[in-house]
Design a protein around this ligand. Structure first.
Ligand SMILES: [Zn+2]
Length: 373
């Protein structure tokens, strides 16, 4: 399947959307039964962060914005480009609007605005526009907790730790540098992930205003990353004197079901030289290409890692997670698959009907613990 350290790179690259990509919520746009109607009490909004019009597929157009209601703020995908001008205007004037016939993407909870959604201007609203969404707002890390997933934000924070550079495989297969950074202020401590030319631009122990980073939230945990779309911008400021010194917790628990297998890496190890064996063709015995020993396939130690597509059963949302070798072992105690070949492992995983619990890191998308429920 894919590269050796297939650490869920597809998943990560999907967080760096390019303008040519189909918008996530376009899926089943015209497929009525998968969408649910919005409650009429919650159709009054302030509009923030209207994106330029983007293309997907054959000359189809859409744009994104944030719809702030009285109780929440959600990312919206608007498939009606003729509404772009009006929504841009109400965003600038911070005038409240009412939108009818909205729907919701069942997979990611984005709001969907269609051709037949009606937008009406309102004189006033029973709540105020949230200042944190203003274009030039520089936020505290705690401010991020209630904002919409996917929003581009600016934060003021202190770099408490820089991690070593790693590589990241983009959707197109290109390898680019990637670096994790821990940033803190007096309210919180979170991860920042830098990509490509943004790697190694910050210095540990200095404080900055960091602009054009994208917010990701998952079960009350947040992190931000630089994007390919907007230039990451940073300006050193006077050192923040009271950054909180806690370990960044980006680990969450999730009840899930296996819905897909993204990749499996199965390796057999030579009993003589302990190098990886080439398993292109073998019967009951196999020859080592390194030391030329012949051995029984069944005697070889096997190592395995895989990336699975899991459905978060509480949110009905899919996520790709990487299982390192020892976590594959944990899963194997729940799902008793044989280590014969990729195909039979995939079959056993996909046929497993039960829900299990995992604990994973939302920044690296790596599984930390697997347990039965
Ligand atoms: Zn060997």
């Amino acid at each position: 399947m894919s590269s050796d350290n297939g650490k869920n790179k597809k998943q990560e690259s999907s967080k760096r959307p390019s303008s040519s990509k189909k918008p996530s919520s376009s899926k089943k746009q015209s497929d009525g039964p998968t969408e649910k109607g919005e409650n009429a009490d919650h159709d009054v909004f302030f509009v923030h962060g209207v994106s330029p019009i983007k293309n997907y597929g054959n000359d189809k157009e859409y744009f994104n914005c944030i719809l702030q209601s009285e109780s929440s703020a959600r990312k919206a995908v608007c498939f009606s480009p003729k509404k772009h001008k009006m929504l841009t205007q109400v965003c600038e004037s911070q005038s409240p609007i009412k939108i009818s016939k909205l729907s919701s993407n069942i997979n990611n909870n984005d709001v969907i605005v269609n051709q037949n959604s009606d937008v009406t201007l309102l004189k006033d609203a029973p709540f105020l526009p949230d200042d944190r969404f203003k274009k030039d707002s520089v936020l505290s890390l705690n401010d991020l907790l209630n904002l919409a997933q996917g929003q581009i934000v600016a934060v003021k924070a202190h770099v408490t730790r820089l991690y070593s550079e790693t590589t990241h495989k983009t959707r197109s297969g290109e390898e680019i540098p990637r670096q994790e950074v821990t940033i803190s202020d007096s309210t919180n401590s979170i991860k920042l992930v830098l990509y490509d030319q943004d790697v190694n631009t910050l210095t540990e122990g200095k404080s900055y205003i960091l602009k054009n980073v994208r917010l990701h939230t998952f079960k009350d945990k947040v992190y931000v990353n630089s994007t390919a779309e907007r230039k990451f911008d940073f300006k050193e400021i006077e050192t923040i004197s009271d950054p909180i010194d806690v370990n960044v917790a980006t680990e969450v628990k999730m009840l899930c079901k296996i819905v897909g297998v993204a990749s499996i890496h199965l390796t057999r190890i030579c009993v003589s030289c302990t190098k990886k064996l080439n398993i292109v063709d073998f019967d009951k015995t196999i020859d080592c290409h390194q030391c030329h020993a012949t051995m029984l396939v069944d005697s070889c130690r096997v190592t395995i890692s895989f990336t699975l597509i899991l459905n978060d059963v509480d949110k009905n949302k899919n996520i790709q997670l990487y299982f390192p070798s020892d976590k594959c072992g944990q899963l194997r105690k729940i799902i008793n698959f044989s280590l014969e070949d990729d195909k039979c492992i995939a079959k056993a995983l996909l046929e497993f009907p039960d829900i299990f619990e995992i604990f994973f890191d939302i920044v690296s998308n790596t599984v930390l613990d697997v347990s039965k429920v």
